[in-house]
Each structure stands twice: as structure tokens, then as C-alpha cells.
Design a protein around this ligand. Structure first.
Ligand SMILES: Nc1ncnc2c1ncn2[C@@H]1O[C@H](COP(=O)(O)OP(=O)(O)OP(=O)(O)O)[C@@H](O)[C@H]1O
Ligand SMILES: [Mg+2]
Length: 258
């Protein structure tokens, strides 16, 4: 469904001493209904890659296609983002934050309420629809942001370390819930994470990026159906894949942290 072909991205003009080549000849595909995790050292270009896929940045080389069509800019009908930081408007209630995404996407107003309730239900936040973001825990804020993205009913979700600011236990529960949602909705998801365990727990495949300039080092198959339950978290299979990822990443991380 998503094809990334020879994508490279540099910040700054050629010859500029501060030019940074973030990505280099990155090629891979994401199948419809797949959850692909991107993992790699800090600064290797994961967020840049996600922005390029979502049309928020134009690659310096190569191209991205979605269903065969070249991505030329943001396409809110097809792609929704969930970021790490809290991007909820503090002066709006949870349900109004969810509806706001629909305003920008041009969803007819008559549908806002039904859609917002459905997506709040899906993330287990219906009880807090009329609360303000400041009245929510960190995990609930991330659920609300996920609900806002779900309300857009896009086929593709791009998630940039959505659970990174949360404690490990909340994160595990949100991961389980995301796996359930994936099984139900069949969305295509590209998910950036630094957590090896989270990557294996969630992903159908994990793409390991090299140190900057980032490119695909290897792609690991997890080969496990969704929804995934807590028993997968403690399974030898998950442990073995996590160790494999650790081996692959360790050398790359050494190149960036001295
Ligand atoms: N707008 C920008 N202008 C200039 N350089 C940038 C910009 N955005 C990112 N970079 C540079 O591009 C490189 C890749 O950044 P990016 O944010 O994509 O990395 P990342 O893999 O997401 O890192 P992290 O894991 O820390 O989030 C970094 O060296 C960064 O300094
Ligand atoms: Mg990033």
C-alpha cells in the first residue's frame, strides 16, 4: 500500500557546512493492514521518514507512493498522525479535541458527534468525553490523541513514538489495546519506537535503520497474528526477537553515542 522508493532527505543546501543528510536511499514497502515498526538510533531520520511518508516533508531524492499515487503533500483523507507530544488543545474538552481533527479534514458537521463517540469508545475514553486535557493522566491524553486520529477514519496511521512519554506499564496496556484495534480495523500503521520490546510486541515487521544517514539495515518478520495478548509479551519468541534486534541495533547506536 505504501511504497518508499530510494528516499533520501537532507536539511540545508549542498555546500552548506551545517547541511545534515538525514536519510539515504531508503527503500521498503508497507502492506495494507500491516503494522510496521521503525527502530533506529536517535537522529537517524525516523521522524523525517514518517514526515516524508505523510507528505509533511518533500524528500530530496526518491519518492513515496500510496496505492500507486505519488505523495505530493499532506493527504488528510488518507493519512492521520499521532505524535509523542501532547497536541491536545487545553481549552477544549476531550470530545471537542477529537472533533477538531474532523473540522480540518472537512467531515460534514452532522457526522462529528457519532464519529467522535465511536472513536472515544474504541480507546476506552467515553467516560471522559467532557473532561479537559489537564484532567487526564498521560496515558489518557495519548488515548485521546489516538481517538482524534481514529475519528478521521483514514486507512493509514503514522505514529511517532506515541507512547514514549508514558510509564512502561501504561505503555504495555496501550500496546495491547492498539493490537486489538488493529485486528478490528485493519489499518495500515507505521509506528516509530525506541523500545525493542514494544516493536516486537506490536509489529508485523520491524524495520531497523542504520545510524545517520538512515537507511534500512534489515527487516525482521514477527509472524504472529493480532490481537496480541499479554502471554506474547512473556513468550520466549518475543524475547528471542528482542535479542536479535538488540544485536542489530547495538553497532548502529555505538556509531552515534561516543
Ligand atoms: N527541520 C530540521 N532542520 C534541520 N535539521 C533537521 C530538521 N529535522 C531533523 N533534522 C536533522 O535530521 C536528522 C534526523 O532527525 P529525525 O528527527 O528524523 O531523527 P529521529 O530518528 O526521529 O531521532 P529521534 O529518535 O531522536 O526522534 C537529525 O540529525 C536532525 O538534526
Ligand atoms: Mg524522532
Amino acid at each position: 500500500m505504501i511504497r518508499i522508493e530510494g528516499v533520501g532527505h537532507a536539511f540545508g543546501e549542498a555546500g552548506n557546512p551545517r547541511r545534515v543528510v538525514a536519510l539515504e536511499s531508503t527503500t521498503f514497502e508497507v502492506a495494507r493492514g500491516e503494522l510496521l515498526c521503525l527502530i533506529g538510533p536517535s537522529g537517524c531520520g525516523k521522524s523525517t521518514l514518517l514526515n516524508v511518508i505523510g507528505g509533511l516533508a518533500t524528500p530530496s531524492t526518491g519518492r513515496v507512493t500510496i496505492d500507486g499515487q505519488a505523495v505530493k503533500g499532506p493527504s488528510p483523507q488518507k493519512v492521520a498522525f499521532v505524535f509523542q507530544d501532547n497536541t491536545l488543545f487545553p481549552w477544549r474538552t476531550v470530545i471537542d479535541n477529537v472533533k477538531l481533527g474532523m473540522v480540518y479534514q472537512g467531515v460534514p458537521k452532522s457526522e462529528h458527534d457519532d464519529r467522535a463517540r465511536e472513536s472515544l469508545q474504541a480507546v476506552g475514553l467515553m467516560e471522559f468525553a467532557d473532561h479537559y486535557p489537564a484532567q487526564l493522566s498521560g496515558g489518557m491524553k495519548q488515548r485521546a490523541q489516538l481517538a482524534r486520529a481514529l475519528g478521521l477514519r483514514t486507512e493509514i496511521l503514522l505514529m511517532d513514538e506515541p507512547f514514549a512519554a508514558l510509564d512502561e506499564q501504561t505503555r504495555m496496556v496501550l500496546g495491547e489495546d492498539l493490537s486489538v484495534l488493529l485486528a478490528k480495523t485493519g489499518k495500515t500503521i507505521v509506528f516509530v519506537t525506541h523500545s525493542l520490546v514494544e516493536a516486537v510486541f506490536l509489529a508485523d515487521r520491524v524495520a531497523v535503520l542504520t545510524a545517520r544517514p538512515g537507511k534500512i539495515k534489515t527487516i525482521i518478520n514477527v509472524d504472529e497474528g493480532h490481537p496480541r495478548k499479554s502471554d506474547f509479551m512473556t513468550s520466549p519468541k518475543l524475547g528471542a526477537l528482542r535479542n536479535e534486534l538488540y544485536e542489530l541495533l547495538h553497532d548502529e547506536i555505538r556509531k552515534t553515542v561516543r
